[in-house]
Design a protein around this ligand. Sequence first.
Ligand SMILES: Cc1ncc(COP(=O)(O)O)c(C=O)c1O
Length: 397
Amino acid sequence: MSERFNKNIEQMKASASMVIMAKAKRIKAQDPEIIDLAGGEPDFDTPARICEELFRQVKAGYTHYTVGPGLPELREKIAQKLNTENGCSYHPDGVIVTPGGKYSIYMAVRTLVNPGDEVMYLNPGWVSYPSIVEAAGAVPVDVNLRYEENYLIREELLEEKYSEKTKLLIINYPNNPTGRVLTPKEAEVIRRFLLRHKDVLLLSDEMYERILYDDNCNVSPASMPEIADRVITVNGFSKSVAMTGWRIGYMATTPEIGAMAGKLFQHTISCVSGFIQKSAIVALDCQQEIEEMRKIYEQRRNLFVNGLNQIPGVHCTMPEGAFYAWTDFDIPGMDSNQVCEFILEQAKVVGVPGISYGEQQGSRMRFSFATSTDQLAKAVENISAAMAKIKCEKKEG
Ligand SMILES: Cc1ncc(COP(=O)(O)O)c(C=O)c1O
């Protein structure tokens, strides 16, 4: 008798971030004092002119199928953005517009790997990479970066996990959950790794590329000429333009890989809604709105992270990009799941445990600071009180 379900899907774990987001919504409905810092989404509304474009298009009847991999003017504009802003040299034929960046990652992995191939990814890292790799029947191989080294990518760490079966390396900067950006030195480590291993491709997830603080810059690996044709860049509109619910993102690659991925796209998605693509064209011009949101994230980051760092036993390295505070709790005997439960029960703050991002050791949590300063200030106050309590209990005990 055949198996009831596809084995790869059956063994897949639920998305930890989605489970926690749902839980946070549930408990907040019962207790309004709960502060939800679990979700990975901007609290801003989508800029008005993007929404207006959508209304205009729908009213004008632009509601039919569009040409598969994306409207030519959008693909052109994306290629132009990547080439002028990020220093890449993509051809519009290698750009595919997908329902969210997540589907771009799935499609790239599905197009490139065969069962048994290995895909390396960095930990701590976004929750969906290993599951997407498993869904394609390939083997996820984690490269564990070290907290003590500020998660620096080192050549030895990559080499330790490389094998003849390695097909793809996935990286994500600015990083979810650590908020780190890729330094030029690390980009060089990646470049050398690819030059040593000519069959390996690189998927660079740059979803938070526009959310950068201080003088930090985003390095797009596809800007490095010697490896450019082996880099698939994934990006989107969800985070930088507050368009999570619109479900639109893109991948950029060579026309050859694009054509191959395009076949899977035709048979599974057909096209992203035309009116959403038209709105995305406007979104690519929303520099000012993006900058306004970024500045507000920066103020929130300063308030929240400085606040956390005032609390004895709590440490958070200042995020360089994205909107997450990756926070270390010095509570001996508690793993990240237990810290998360403790912070929820005692401080009424919901975050995501480090283990969800593959961080096996330590007691770290990810908090999103894409919420109001009032909520963030209250969260700091509550966490401070919870930590003071645990210290007192320890002394008394
Ligand atoms: C690192 C990273 N990549 C990709 C995505 C997917 O973004 P979307 O599918 O909304 O474009 C997310 C969303 O949380 C993310 O954090």
